[in-house]
Design a protein around this ligand. Structure first.
Ligand code: KIV
Ligand code: ZN
Length: 526
């Protein structure tokens, strides 16, 4: 299988580090099941030591999904042990451990003199630590991946030494991340060539690449990596991830697929599952896919100009290098309505990739019938956001019971809210400079709390005046941001739901922080 490229999907780990994207355990599990259908080879399910919720999500996925489940850990015993504990029930498991190897990272993260006084000494410490921690991970599992963080900016001589040590310690995959998205394709490809020359045991491990998209080159760099010997590519659905994101799975896979004439490499991906996976990830994370996004954007297969339309009618290949069907875009839109029954809803949801238990189906059916009463036609995208909003939401500490908002021209916007927390009810009213502001002020007064609102976005899920409105709110608490999402045909109600959900996420975070007994802080931004 020397031409097979393994797809390591990190949507649930690096992807979840996208600003504003946060997924609960149920959503992660559902995405993991869909990734299994997509036929990815490895799912990086999370970073277990970073929080109890992360740990729980990885553990649930490990217990229920059949592909290789990887868990991330820094090169520290506590992380590696936690990663193992989270994946130990997986039928196929991998520990993925990493050290920072560029001088920027070594100076920034290992500044303390206990790591050495000079840069040379600190480099030695990192090398030894990488070796020791791969060895430690091997005491738990056979399949160990080692990443040299910021390899893109790491001196090649030192990078080769670290990679060689990691393989000697037993790493079966060595990952070369362009963590800051700094390199150019020819340069990145050359790095792989150099490593193959300099690392004497390189044939004992699979070379992997993990490229970020800061200069829009993540997919190009991944392709360059593969052309020069990498056989694993780390990527995410819709290219989500830290900052400008990671290499997009769908773009990388379709590049190999469409340009078979040029590339001899193949993946195991079932490309017809790409569109459903993309939409599921977008609906659950709230990270909207730009319309002109390659492969999965709304306009990826739209032909606007007369000349293009004419050409398409005569011969599709005039302007189309792949058919929409290849990536699972179905041109005929199936619409459900108030007369659609449970069975119709269930089979449509299954076609969209959701596998529901009986009680989950009942919940979504109840929400669907309410929506179908307000809106004549219920589209696939409506169902996707309903799934996120109704079926996979955990009950937070605060529950919205009532909102009442008055606003209009030449009047003072006023809102009253009733919120419940366990048996206690909080009621308050406030004014504001618009109905949403009044609403948020009333919630703040009721809960005696005033988070900073970092962002507020509203969008219509589908077209038409009866469309569902989706609101995304991001609030800030100390150094952390929390996102909430609310959906309703009434955008004021959607705003209240989103704001309260963000507050609930913040509450959960505070509880988790208090319960973490480890006396060191875990930096999730890797
Ligand atoms: O970007 C990066 O370097 C990472 C590593 C942890 C693989 O995400
Ligand atoms: Zn990354």
């Amino acid at each position: 299988m020397e031409n097979q490229v393994l797809i390591f999907d990190t949507t649930l780990r690096d992807g979840e580090q996208s600003p504003g994207a946060s997924l609960n355990v149920f959503e992660k599990l559902e995405i993991a099941r869909q990734l299994e259908k997509l036929n990815v080879d490895i799912i990086e399910a999370g970073f277990p030591v970073s929080s109890p919720t992360q740990f729980e999500a990885v553990k649930r996925i490990a217990g229920e999904v059949g592909v290789i489940i990887a868990a991330l850990s820094r090169a520290k015993e506590i992380d590696i042990k936690s990663a193992y504990d989270a994946i130990k029930n997986a039928s196929k498991k991998r520990i993925h451990t990493f050290s920072s190897t560029s001088d920027y990272h070594i100076i920034g993260k290992f500044g303390h003199e206990r790591y050495g006084n000079s840069l040379a000494e600190k480099r030695k410490t990192v090398l030894q630590m990488s070796y020791d921690m791969v060895k430690y991970a091997k005491t738990f599992v056979d399949d160990v991946e080692f990443s040299a963080e910021d390899a893109g900016r790491t001196d090649i001589v030192y990078l080769a030494e670290v990679i060689e040590a990691a393989i000697e310690a037993g790493a079966t995959t060595v990952n070369i991340p362009d963590t800051t998205g700094y390199t150019m394709p020819s340069e990145f490809g050359n790095k792989i060539v150099e490593l193959k020359k300099r690392v004497k045991n390189i044939n004992n491990a699979i070379i992997s690449v993990h490229c970020h998209n800061d200069l829009g080159l993540a997919v190009a760099n991944s392709l360059a990596g593969v052309e020069n010997g990498a056989r694993q590519v780390e990527c995410t659905i819709n290219g989500i991830g830290e900052r400008a994101g990671n290499a997009s799975l769908e773009e990388f896979v379709m590049a190999l697929n469409v340009r078979k004439d040029l590339y001899k490499y193949f993946t195991n991906i079932d490309t017809t599952e790409i569109f459903n996976t993309s939409r599921m990830v977008s609906a659950f994370t709230g990270v909207i896919v730009q319309p002109n996004k390659a492969i999965v954007g709304e306009n990826a297969f739209a032909h606007e100009s007369g000349i293009h339309q004419d050409g398409m009618l005569k011969n599709r290949e005039t302007y189309e290098i792949m058919t929409p069907e290849t990536v699972g875009v179905n041109k005929t839109k199936i619409v459900l309505g108030r007369h659609s029954g449970r069975h119709g809803l269930k089979s449509r949801l299954e076609e969209l990739g959701y596998n529901l238990k009986e009680e989950e189906l009942q919940k979504v059916y109840d929400a669907f019938t309410k929506l179908a009463d307000k809106k004549k036609e219920v589209f696939d995208d409506d169902l996707r956001v309903l799934m996120g909003d109704e079926v996979f939401q955990e009950q937070g500490a605060y529950e919205l019971l009532t909102i009442q908002v008055n606003a209009g021209t030449n009047s003072i916007p006023t809102a009253t809210v009733v919120i419940k927390n366990k048996e206690v009810q909080y009621t308050d009213s406030a004014t504001g400079d618009g109905p949403v502001d009044a609403l948020f002020n009333a919630i703040d007064r009721a809960l005696n709390f005033q988070p900073a609102v970092e962002s507020y976005q509203v969008r219509s899920v589908t077209s038409g005046r009866e469309a569902l409105g989706e609101v995304l709110v991001r609030i800030r608490y100390k150094d952390n941001s929390f996102t909430g999402r609310g959906v309703s045909t009434d955008i004021i109600e959607a705003s209240a739901k989103a704001y309260l959900q963000a507050i609930n996420h913040q509450e959960l975070f505070i509880i988790e922080q208090n319960s973490i007994t480890q006396n060191e802080t875990v930096t999730q931004a890797v």
